[in-house]
Design a binder for this molecule. Structure first.
Ligand code: PAF
Length: 288
């Protein structure tokens, strides 16, 4: 594995692979790698000739109340995990390398951001698309990999790729779950023993909503109630339950097409998010 900190070295390596017509899989991260990242890397490893991973804690996507400096970092461990995951090029630039002076142009996301977690993080996705635009230009990936646990981020990146004609394929990888259904997350360690026992209720609630839709329920309000009923069994505080078209994240009067049910629940020391995304069968179409 080559660890590269400078843009010039990265682009020279990328050019060599392009000459050989290698397909390039890319997993952008902010480091402190966990099972979610490694799942993306595994998927990418199997589908491309070479695998590039970036580790860059992007200051632009942190809000005024979010601590950029306090974001966890462990480069030594990350390098070992990346190597074990079969990464060929690990790009680890510093802030000066990625943001060379005051920007002349800024990017602002217009849609898909004022819902779910995005509504409380103004400017966050502007930072995400800015850094990804830079990274996509540098890495020139064939395929880029993102986890559907953060379905809103995937929706925004989908819009960015389409709006700006990025010549790459977005691969959205399903959420990895514990045996009891709880979505894997580095935050799960902050759950107390009782909360950990309650936490599978999140996925149960989502599946209850999905099953009701598959059985013919089309009223978002009714689905909301079913999900809420299940979540109220836990000691957590419901932050949101939201239902939209996916990936547009538009409100729906009547459920149809591809939809997302997404939730966030605050426990004493951890705020958990989860979602299900599925196709709503046409009326009369049988779900199998
Ligand atoms: O999901 C993340 O870790 C970040 O938002 C990303 C996509 C690496 C951009 O900084």
């Amino acid at each position: 594995m080559k660890v590269v900190t400078h843009i010039q070295e990265l682009t020279e390596l990328i050019k060599q692979h392009q000459k050989k017509q290698h397909s390039i899989g890319f997993v952008p991260t902010m480091g402190f790698l966990h099972e979610g990242h490694l799942t993306l890397a595994k998927e990418a490893r199997g589908q491309n000739d070479i695998l590039v991973m970036s580790i860059f804690v992007n200051p632009l996507q942190f809000g005024p109340n979010e601590d950029f400096e306090a974001y966890p970092r462990d480069m030594k461990r990350d390098q070992r995990l990346a190597e074990e995951a079969g990464v060929d090029i690990l790009f680890t630039p510093n802030v000066k390398e990625m943001y060379q002076g005051e920007p002349s142009i800024t990017m602002t996301v217009q849609k898909r951001t004022d819902v779910l977690c995005g509504k409380k993080r103004p400017g966050h996705f502007d930072g995400v698309v800015t850094v990804l635009t830079k990274l996509f230009h540098l890495v020139a990936p064939t395929n880029v990999y993102f986890g559907l646990k953060d379905a809103q981020q995937v929706a925004v990146i989908d819009a960015m790729i389409k709006d700006f004609f990025f010549d790459l394929h977005l691969v959205s990888v399903p959420t990895v779950r514990e045996e009891d259904g709880l979505a894997k997350s580095s935050r799960n360690v902050y759950l107390s023993e009782t909360e950990r026992q309650e936490a599978p209720a999140l996925y149960r609630a989502l599946k209850k909503g999905q099953t009701a839709v598959e059985k013919g329920e089309r009223d978002p309000q009714r689905i909301y109630q079913l999900v809420e009923e299940e979540l109220l069994q836990t000691s957590g505080e419901i932050d949101y339950i939201e239902i939209y078209s996916y990936p547009e994240l538009d409100q729906l009067q009547q459920l149809s097409g591809k939809v997302i049910i997404a939730i966030a629940v605050k426990f004493s020391r951890a705020r958990l998010i989860d979602n299900v995304i599925f196709h709503v069968p046409e009326s009369g179409e049988k779900h199998v």
